[in-house]
Write a protein that binds this ligand. Structure first.
Ligand SMILES: [Zn+2]
Length: 138
Protein backbone atom coordinates (compact mmCIF):
# COMPACT_ATOMS: atom_id res chain seq x y z
CA UNK A 1 0.00 0.00 0.00
CA UNK A 2 1.23 3.44 -0.82
CA UNK A 3 1.18 5.34 2.43
CA UNK A 4 2.96 8.44 1.26
CA UNK A 5 1.05 11.52 0.22
CA UNK A 6 2.15 13.13 -3.01
CA UNK A 7 3.88 15.90 -1.10
CA UNK A 8 5.87 13.42 0.95
CA UNK A 9 6.72 11.48 -2.12
CA UNK A 10 8.02 14.47 -4.02
CA UNK A 11 10.08 15.48 -1.01
CA UNK A 12 11.53 11.99 -0.86
CA UNK A 13 12.39 12.21 -4.52
CA UNK A 14 14.06 15.51 -3.88
CA UNK A 15 16.11 13.98 -1.08
CA UNK A 16 17.09 11.09 -3.27
CA UNK A 17 18.08 13.39 -6.11
CA UNK A 18 20.38 15.06 -3.66
CA UNK A 19 21.02 18.49 -2.39
CA UNK A 20 20.89 20.50 -5.54
CA UNK A 21 17.23 21.36 -5.81
CA UNK A 22 16.01 23.70 -8.53
CA UNK A 23 15.25 26.69 -6.24
CA UNK A 24 18.75 26.45 -4.80
CA UNK A 25 20.26 26.46 -8.25
CA UNK A 26 18.28 29.58 -9.13
CA UNK A 27 19.62 31.37 -6.06
CA UNK A 28 23.17 30.21 -6.62
CA UNK A 29 23.13 31.39 -10.19
CA UNK A 30 21.77 34.73 -9.14
CA UNK A 31 24.40 35.17 -6.42
CA UNK A 32 27.18 34.21 -8.83
CA UNK A 33 25.88 36.72 -11.35
CA UNK A 34 26.12 39.38 -8.65
CA UNK A 35 29.79 38.48 -8.32
CA UNK A 36 29.71 36.89 -4.88
CA UNK A 37 31.42 33.67 -4.00
CA UNK A 38 29.80 31.30 -1.57
CA UNK A 39 30.16 27.86 -0.14
CA UNK A 40 27.35 25.37 -0.25
CA UNK A 41 26.04 23.21 2.55
CA UNK A 42 28.20 24.44 5.36
CA UNK A 43 27.80 21.29 7.40
CA UNK A 44 29.40 22.79 10.50
CA UNK A 45 26.88 25.62 10.81
CA UNK A 46 23.48 25.38 12.53
CA UNK A 47 20.82 24.52 9.97
CA UNK A 48 23.43 23.90 7.26
CA UNK A 49 22.71 27.03 5.22
CA UNK A 50 22.33 26.42 1.49
CA UNK A 51 24.68 29.27 0.69
CA UNK A 52 27.25 30.53 3.17
CA UNK A 53 29.55 33.53 2.94
CA UNK A 54 32.06 32.81 5.71
CA UNK A 55 34.09 36.02 5.45
CA UNK A 56 30.95 38.12 5.68
CA UNK A 57 29.32 35.77 8.17
CA UNK A 58 26.18 35.71 6.11
CA UNK A 59 23.98 32.84 5.09
CA UNK A 60 21.08 32.22 2.76
CA UNK A 61 18.57 29.45 3.31
CA UNK A 62 16.45 28.30 0.40
CA UNK A 63 13.30 26.79 1.87
CA UNK A 64 10.60 24.71 0.27
CA UNK A 65 7.27 26.44 0.88
CA UNK A 66 5.39 23.35 1.99
CA UNK A 67 7.89 21.76 4.34
CA UNK A 68 9.00 24.97 5.95
CA UNK A 69 5.55 26.61 5.94
CA UNK A 70 6.08 29.79 3.98
CA UNK A 71 4.13 32.34 6.04
CA UNK A 72 2.57 34.20 3.15
CA UNK A 73 -1.13 34.38 2.29
CA UNK A 74 -0.18 34.56 -1.35
CA UNK A 75 1.79 31.33 -1.28
CA UNK A 76 -0.25 28.49 -2.68
CA UNK A 77 2.28 25.83 -1.76
CA UNK A 78 2.29 26.30 1.99
CA UNK A 79 -1.22 25.15 2.77
CA UNK A 80 -1.82 22.35 5.20
CA UNK A 81 -3.39 19.36 3.41
CA UNK A 82 -7.11 18.93 3.98
CA UNK A 83 -6.80 15.30 4.91
CA UNK A 84 -4.99 14.19 8.07
CA UNK A 85 -4.83 17.82 9.02
CA UNK A 86 -3.77 17.16 12.59
CA UNK A 87 -0.87 14.96 11.51
CA UNK A 88 0.36 17.58 9.06
CA UNK A 89 -0.09 20.49 11.41
CA UNK A 90 2.00 18.68 14.03
CA UNK A 91 4.69 17.71 11.61
CA UNK A 92 4.95 21.10 9.96
CA UNK A 93 4.88 22.93 13.30
CA UNK A 94 7.87 20.89 14.35
CA UNK A 95 9.71 21.86 11.18
CA UNK A 96 9.01 25.53 11.77
CA UNK A 97 10.18 25.29 15.38
CA UNK A 98 13.37 23.55 14.28
CA UNK A 99 14.07 26.19 11.61
CA UNK A 100 13.59 28.94 14.16
CA UNK A 101 15.91 27.28 16.66
CA UNK A 102 18.65 26.83 14.09
CA UNK A 103 18.36 30.39 12.90
CA UNK A 104 18.72 31.58 16.48
CA UNK A 105 21.78 29.38 16.97
CA UNK A 106 23.34 30.75 13.81
CA UNK A 107 22.68 34.33 14.87
CA UNK A 108 24.24 33.62 18.26
CA UNK A 109 27.44 32.79 16.38
CA UNK A 110 27.35 36.26 14.88
CA UNK A 111 25.91 35.32 11.51
CA UNK A 112 23.22 37.11 9.59
CA UNK A 113 20.79 35.05 7.57
CA UNK A 114 17.86 35.39 5.24
CA UNK A 115 15.38 32.85 3.96
CA UNK A 116 14.50 32.66 0.29
CA UNK A 117 11.27 30.81 -0.39
CA UNK A 118 10.87 28.36 -3.22
CA UNK A 119 7.94 30.27 -4.74
CA UNK A 120 10.07 33.42 -4.86
CA UNK A 121 12.47 31.67 -7.19
CA UNK A 122 9.70 30.77 -9.61
CA UNK A 123 8.65 34.20 -10.74
CA UNK A 124 10.31 37.40 -11.84
CA UNK A 125 13.60 37.51 -10.04
CA UNK A 126 14.18 41.23 -9.89
CA UNK A 127 12.79 41.67 -6.41
CA UNK A 128 14.69 38.67 -5.11
CA UNK A 129 17.91 39.86 -6.74
CA UNK A 130 17.58 43.28 -5.13
CA UNK A 131 16.90 41.73 -1.74
CA UNK A 132 19.88 39.41 -1.93
CA UNK A 133 22.17 42.13 -3.22
CA UNK A 134 21.17 44.43 -0.39
CA UNK A 135 21.65 41.67 2.17
CA UNK A 136 25.13 40.81 0.96
CA UNK A 137 26.26 44.38 0.55
CA UNK A 138 25.17 45.79 3.92
ZN1 LIG B 1 5.93 30.17 -0.96
Amino acid sequence: MDRLSSAERSENMRRIRGKDTAPELVVRKLVSALGYRYSTHAEHLPGKPDLAFPRRKKAIFVHGCFWHCHPSVRCKDSRVPKSRTEYWTDKLDRNVARDKKRLTELRKLGWKAIVVWECQTEKALRKLTTRIERFLRQ
